[in-house]
Design a protein around this ligand. Structure first.
Ligand code: AMP
Ligand code: GLY
Length: 436
């Protein structure tokens, strides 16, 4: 079967690898010269951006008789690539533009939950100008989060006390959004621990994946700017050390109710990955955000543990027949190698040198890097490579991941080594004990 994978990060690299392992042939649409995707693909087609390339991508798919399409990143979903493939009768994993609003508009998502009485949101209000902003911040007792209402690669969210120190900072950020013709949401700042629960969806049925925790902040100790995600871990029991079973069940139920609310409000089936980003708080599980796609880095952890055939799963999602899906009962740890300054002011064009001996401990997936004609790999302003290991415990997987990382060299690179280490996990468990 011929698959088209759209996207050229580590998430798409592992998707392509898993599809190939199932005997599928892979064609790729890439925006950077990802060496992993280039070597796995029958053909790659380079586009400068997703905004202007929809027609070319559809033509490439027709010319190569593509039978199923997997859309990795949010940008092509926001541009309605899934709609085009659907209209042509080609099965596609990834929701239509209207359904992808679950990710592309934070205001849409909050309103959807409100309308369908899914009580998982913090207090929130949508704004298109500065009228009422000060009063609302006051109403939230200065514990607030300001979210640009659109796609910004995870970097459009500013949290009071962390990224916004005072009212002037807050008003400044709101003004910046308005002057760029944007809208925004202000919501209550939640206190707790974050986790993600992704589900394979066919529009009616959901198959849930193991719970997983990403690390959005750029620097060790969970400080610094928000990023696309610095690394993730999952546990062998498919829960997380700080979570109770009932909390995972709550998150599953929220995903199920949201999938059904999406159908009721749009009349369309959501076919793809529904990614709930949650926070477990003193008053239960709350929704932070939805993504309309596989998480990155989450995909590296969970596809490593997947014990079923990804090609069949993709086809079932697109075709409306998803069933239970098996994951190995192991823990997983993934850490990203990123350019120094990633999240604020990244250095570009550093060289990445990978010694293949990493494979004794880990797998490695290339992200936003470019393979040059000379065979060298250079970084861009985004994440460079993800190293992932599985093990019988988080500790074992973490040690293997660090061993794998020791074979990735280069100048001006940064890794959050604290991810999945016992100290950070203990901090989260202790924190939840205080909060509950
Ligand atoms: P998002 O892009 O909506 O996932 O937000 C990025 C990060 O900002 C999240 O991973 C959280 O760490 C933080 N965040 C977003 N919304 C809230 C909230 N209501 N309360 C506390 N932190 C939040
Ligand atoms: N890891 C978070 C995301 O994929 O947006």
């Amino acid at each position: 079967m011929k698959f088209l994978v759209i996207g050229s990060g580590a998430r798409e690299h592992i998707i392509a690898k898993k599809l190939k392992e199932c005997g599928a042939s892979v064609y790729s649409i890439i925006t950077n010269k990802n060496p992993g995707l280039i070597s796995l693909s029958e053909k790659t087609y380079f586009v400068n951006n997703y905004l202007t390339s929809k027609g070319e991508v559809i033509d490439f798919s027709s010319a190569n008789d593509i039978e199923c399409v997997v859309i990795g990143p949010e940008d092509p979903l926001a541009q309605g690539y899934a709609d085009e493939f659907k209209n042509k009768g080609i099965p596609v994993v990834g929701p239509t533009k209207s359904l992808a609003r679950i990710e592309t508009s934070k205001g849409f998502t909050r309103d959807l939950l409100h309308q369908y009485e899914i009580h998982a949101s913090p207090k929130y209000k949508r704004f298109k100008d500065l009228i009422g902003v000060e009063d609302y911040i006051d109403f939230l007792s200065n514990q607030y989060v300001i979210k640009f209402d659109g796609l910004m690669g995870g970097k459009g969210v500013k949290v009071s006390g962390e990224h916004l120190e005072n009212l002037d900072d807050a008003l400044g950020y709101c003004k910046e959004i308005v002057s760029n013709k944007g809208t925004f949401v202000i919501e209550e700042k939640l206190i707790g621990e974050e986790f993600s629960l992704m589900s394979f969806c066919d529009g009616k049925n959901l198959a849930h994946m193991p719970a997983i925790q990403d690390h959005k902040r750029a620097y060790e100790g969970d400080v610094g700017p928000n990023t696309g995600g610095m690394g993730c871990y999952s546990d062998s029991n498919h829960s997380l050390p700080f979570l109770k079973d009932a909390e995972i069940e709550e998150a599953r139920e929220i995903n199920e109710r949201v999938s059904s609310a999406l159908f009721q409000s749009t009349g369309e089936n959501y076919r793809g990955i529904l990614y709930g980003g949650f926070m477990v708080t003193g008053s239960g599980v709350k929704l932070i955000e939805y993504n309309a796609r596989f998480g990155d880095p989450e995909a590296m952890n969970l596809l490593t543990l997947l014990d079923d055939d990804l090609a069949s799963i993709c086809y079932s999602m697109a075709d409306g027949k998803i069933d239970q899906i098996k994951f190995r009962k192991q823990a997983s740890v993934c850490k990203y190698v990123v350019p120094e300054g990633y999240g604020s002011n990244p250095v570009k064009d550093a060289t990445l040198v990978v010694d293949e001996s990493y494979s004794n401990y880990s797998d490695l997936y290339y992200a936003a890097v470019n393979l040059g004609k000379d065979g060298n790999i250079t970084t861009t302003s985004s994440r460079a490579a993800a190293v992932v290991s599985a093990g019988d415990s988080i500790n074992e997987a973490e040690e293997k991941c660090e061993m794998g990382l020791s074979f990735v060299k280069g100048n001006k690179l940064f890794i959050r080594h604290d991810i999945a280490k016992a100290d950070l996990i203990k901090k989260r468990v202790d924190n939840m004990e205080i909060i509950r």
